[in-house]
Design a protein around this ligand. Sequence first.
Ligand SMILES: NC(=O)c1ccc[n+]([C@@H]2O[C@H](COP(=O)([O-])OP(=O)(O)OC[C@H]3O[C@@H](n4cnc5c(N)ncnc54)[C@H](OP(=O)(O)O)[C@@H]3O)[C@@H](O)[C@H]2O)c1
Length: 368
Amino acid sequence: MLLRTARLRQSFLRTRTFATSSVSCRNKAIVYRKHGNPSEVLSVLSFPDLPPPPPNTANVRFRLSPLNPADINVVEGVYPAKPSPFDLLSRDAPVYVGGNEGLAEVVQVGDGVKELRKGDWVVMTKPQIGTWTSARNVGVQDVLKIPSDLEEAQAATLTVCDVHKVNPPTAYNMLHDFVHLEKGDWVVQNGANSAVGQAVIQIAAANGWNTLNFVRDREDIGSLTGYLKDLGATQVATYDQLVDKGFKDQVKTWTGGQSIRLGLNCIGGRATTMMVRLLGQDAHLVSYGAMSREPLSVPTSLFIFKNLTCHGFWQSQWYSRKSMQERERLMENLVGLMRHGKVRSHGLRQRRELKLCTISSVAQNTKY
Ligand SMILES: NC(=O)c1ccc[n+]([C@@H]2O[C@H](COP(=O)([O-])OP(=O)(O)OC[C@H]3O[C@@H](n4cnc5c(N)ncnc54)[C@H](OP(=O)(O)O)[C@@H]3O)[C@@H](O)[C@H]2O)c1
């Protein structure tokens, strides 16, 4: 989900005025003072215009800020990455601004800034900078200028920082770093309608790789299947189908008996155990999410007889281990895919009820 920060601000302003300050405050941020249930600890804080940027910094205005599952975990205090307090708001006690990714526009640069100009689009290169805000001051080294001819939603999810979130880079790296895939090869994944899963589908399709995609069953499974196939999914199936005895034969028919060498795991639990059985000789299973909150159990026989290798993947770690040149190359590859319409912004659509609940609770928690 993407927060259009200006619109959020306007909707609050349209209905009520904030009584906490007599100064008319142009800016709003979604903040928390302590970790906890997001629907209880998040609120909106207004703050006045930023002072002029100090040397080697820039004032930016956020255009779009994604809201991702891991952002919720950061607010809860259960995620390894920790935020730093927002200095401007932390007068008495620390105040943290939520959000890790975001697309911002430079509005003013400080002395000595040569890399950026007013109007440039930037994404954050510093993790947990706090992007659910309409404005903030950033160090020049904490942002990366990106082309402003991308769609906003694409640009907003391109963050090149440590980021736990950044779905297209996560998908891109998992598809490239573990198995050398040839045209026509197959990749199997679960959580296929997640933002990462949708990016996997599109990047794989752009490379001529087939995807077998698992999702939870639902009433409108036909429309979800159609949506994922429209993105480039080769086959879509539900976790329920995995328990059918004949399903393995069905998969063989789809793949023409070709061995599947890469599996991507977003959810863990029993459905993943079943999915792993579809992998062939010398395959790699890459786990990057645990949405079911259930542990992952993999039959020992697969390690012994099929030489299965299991990995964990964390985009944050990828960034911390890679040079700026490698990060920029990743960015160029993704921007290239987006420019050619291979990774579409609507493919990054998310519709999590939890997130919607969280946003409406933020409004409730706010003291007007
Ligand atoms: N390791 C990394 O570097 C990295 C990077 C990015 C994301 N992630 C992780 O990847 C996961 C997905 O992130 P996202 O932003 O792509 O999420 P998202 O778009 O919000 O999608 C969440 C997905 O999880 C599924 N899901 C939720 N609860 C489930 C359950 N109990 N059982 C089975 N499936 C369930 C949803 O399926 P339904 O539609 O059926 O609800 C949906 O497909 C998260 O855990 C996130 O933290 C990790």
